[in-house]
Design a protein around this ligand. Structure first.
Ligand SMILES: Nc1ncnc2c1ncn2[C@@H]1O[C@H](COP(=O)(O)OP(=O)(O)OP(=O)(O)O)[C@@H](O)[C@H]1O
Length: 545
């Protein structure tokens, strides 16, 4: 099998994944549209011919002519209506395919393991995957329609012309083959330019986004000029590819399109010649010249459709990459092991980021009602140890919760048992109350007030205070205390805090430490990462890494 056939098969296989969502709608839309278009044109041609024939018959009454016109008119309306319905069906399929793809991407981003999904979340994900969903949906609909449309319609037209006049039919067939042949060159170059364009655009956008995001750091190091000249270079690269694409378009117009147009126009005098010699009637001349023009337009559009099909495949690949991610472990429900087992146990744990091993051979135990703190150099792997437990980093070895390997549990249920406050907590747009409700949507205002006071934030922030996007209007310490209050809403048995007091004044620290002691007395296991001596002082055990 030739390499191109393999590629087309692969593309088809990929498309089937999307088509399977609503196959009947797709098939009716895809095949229906070109077929109904062809039928509408043929009804028009046939009706026109009959009409002229009747006109030639001098004995025909005006009533008969009117009846014939009404008949043609009604048939045409029905054929056109069917054409619009099938065009509408394919549009409907495209919209639903796009919505399904977006929904699936969203669901995978939410439910896939963070170790997998995090590589897709680079800030521009939303815009990029919206466009990719759109193009992937367009690929299985518009591109496919426009690729098979000229084949079905074109062959139908050529057959009709051949039936009218075999010589003109053969000539049109030869012209069609020549146009397809020339088109190949343009498609090839167009594809190459498309790839270059995507590449140049991605480079420009990445730098642009990094620049916008990091504008404060850029100003701090006085790098505005350097960055702006880099950005200009990328913009120039992008423009140069766009120029080439524009030139290719003009080049195509003055060569291929001109050739196609001239050939189709030449068919008029040729058809007239046949008519003058008595081989064709006037309606046949009109029919042939009109169909010739249509054929040329369709065949020229074929090249563009095939080229789009290939470039949109890149978008389809990207969305399928995400759609292929397996959901996080949804294993068995959390059941409890032996009573005398430690609450949490690490057995020869090795944490990995891809091939990079950041922690090796870690064995630790944590019990109910104790406070364990980790301290050690930056980058030694304290956070990674916790991320492994929460399913945010891959690991070898075993982590046991109440004596049972956590790999056997549903990760969602395990997370109900483990509360985690990262060093840089996520804030959502909405009030402080909304932010805390993420910990427990059924919590009352009184419970939230209590959590706020235990997190030492109640004096600074009102529950109804509006938090800006990403917590822009909160200080680092405030964000962290809102996150602590949020985590307190969860009735977890293990509470993990990454640098909970690093950004706090000593008064707030004191309150938080009191809260941790209270939680310990309630039988909770508190694990904290800290460098602060005053915080380390309340630990039952300190582990230096
Ligand atoms: N997503 C990641 N991909 C690859 N390497 C990572 C990733 N996250 C962390 N690392 C690496 O793992 C090592 C441990 O990082 P980790 O964040 O666990 O350290 P840490 O002790 O918590 O540091 P800090 O005290 O500065 O927060 C570091 O060398 C870091 O570069």
């Amino acid at each position: 099998m030739d390499i191109r056939e393999v590629m087309y098969m692969k593309a088809t296989k990929k498309m089937i994944r999307i088509i399977k969502q609503r196959p009947i709608l797709w098939i009716i839309g895809i095949l229906g549209y070109p077929v109904t278009t062809l039928v509408a044109r043929l009804i028009y041609a046939y009706g026109y011919e009959k009409y002229v024939e009747k006109l030639e018959d001098t004995s025909i009454t005006l009533m008969n002519i009117v009846l014939l016109l009404v008949l043609i008119f009604v048939s045409l309306i029905i054929a056109n209506l069917l054409e619009y319905i099938t065009a509408f069906l394919i549009k409907l399929f495209r919209l639903s395919a796009r919505a399904n793809i977006q929904q699936e991407i969203y669901s995978k981003m939410q439910n896939g393991p963070i170790t997998e999904t995090s590589k897709y979340d680079n800030g521009e994900a939303l815009t990029r995957y919206n466009t990719d969903s759109e193009l992937a949906a367009a690929m299985v609909t518009d591109d496919v329609v426009l690729s098979i449309y000229p084949i079905i319609v074109g062959l139908g037209y050529i057959t009709s012309i051949m039936l009218v006049n075999i010589y003109i039919g053969i000539m049109v067939l030869i012209i069609g083959i020549l146009i397809i042949f020339f088109n190949k060159y343009f498609i090839k170059y167009h594809k190459k330019l498309n790839r270059m364009h995507l590449d140049a655009e991605a480079k420009f956008m990445n730098l642009y986004q990094n620049t916008v995001r990091g504008k404060m750091s850029i100003r701090l190091i006085n790098a505005e000029k350097k960055i702006s000249s880099k950005l200009q270079d990328k913009a120039k690269d992008l423009k140069s590819v766009e120029d080439k694409m524009g030139k290719l378009e003009s080049y195509k117009i003055i060569t291929l399109d001109l050739f196609s147009y001239t050939c189709s126009t030449l068919m008029i005098p040729i058809a007239c010649l046949f008519s003058a010699r008595g081989y064709m009637t006037i309606p046949e001349v009109i029919l042939v010249t009109q169909l010739c023009r249509d054929i040329v337009v369709h065949i020229s559009g074929f090249g563009r459709a095939v080229s789009n099909l290939k470039s949109h495949e890149i978008s389809l690949d990207r969305v399928l990459d995400i759609m292929d991610i397996d959901d996080e472990n949804n294993g068995i429900s959390l059941s409890y092991g032996e009573e005398n087992e430690p609450l949490l146990k690490y057995e020869n744990v090795r944490v990995l980021y891809g091939d990079k091993c950041v922690l090796d051979n870690i064995s630790l135990e944590f019990s109910e009602g104790e406070i364990v703190m980790f301290s050690g150099q930056s980058g030694c792997g304290k956070s990674s140890l916790i991320k492994a437990l929460l399913g945010f980093a891959e690991y070898n070895g075993k982590i046991l919760y109440k004596g049972i390997d956590i790999r056997n549990f549903s990760i969602q249920e395990l997370r109900k048992e483990v509360s985690y406050v990262p060093e840089k907590a996520d804030m959502f747009e909405g009030t402080v109350l909304d932010n805390i409700l993420y910990g427990d949507f059924d919590a009352t205002r009184e419970q939230i007030m209590d959590a706020l006071s235990k997190a030492a934030i109640h004096k600074e922030l009102d529950m109804d205070y509006e938090v800006g996007s990403e917590g822009i209007n909160l200080s680092g310490g405030q964000k962290q205390r809102v996150a602590i209050a949020r985590s307190l809403m969860k009735q977890a048995s293990v509470i993990i805090l990454d640098e909970p007091t690093a950004a706090l004044d000593s008064e707030s620290e004191k309150i938080i430490l009191e809260t941790l002691k209270e939680l310990k007395n309630q039988g909770k296991c508190i694990i904290a990462i800290t460098h602060r001596e005053s915080t380390l002082a309340i630990a039952d055990r300190v582990i230096y890494m």
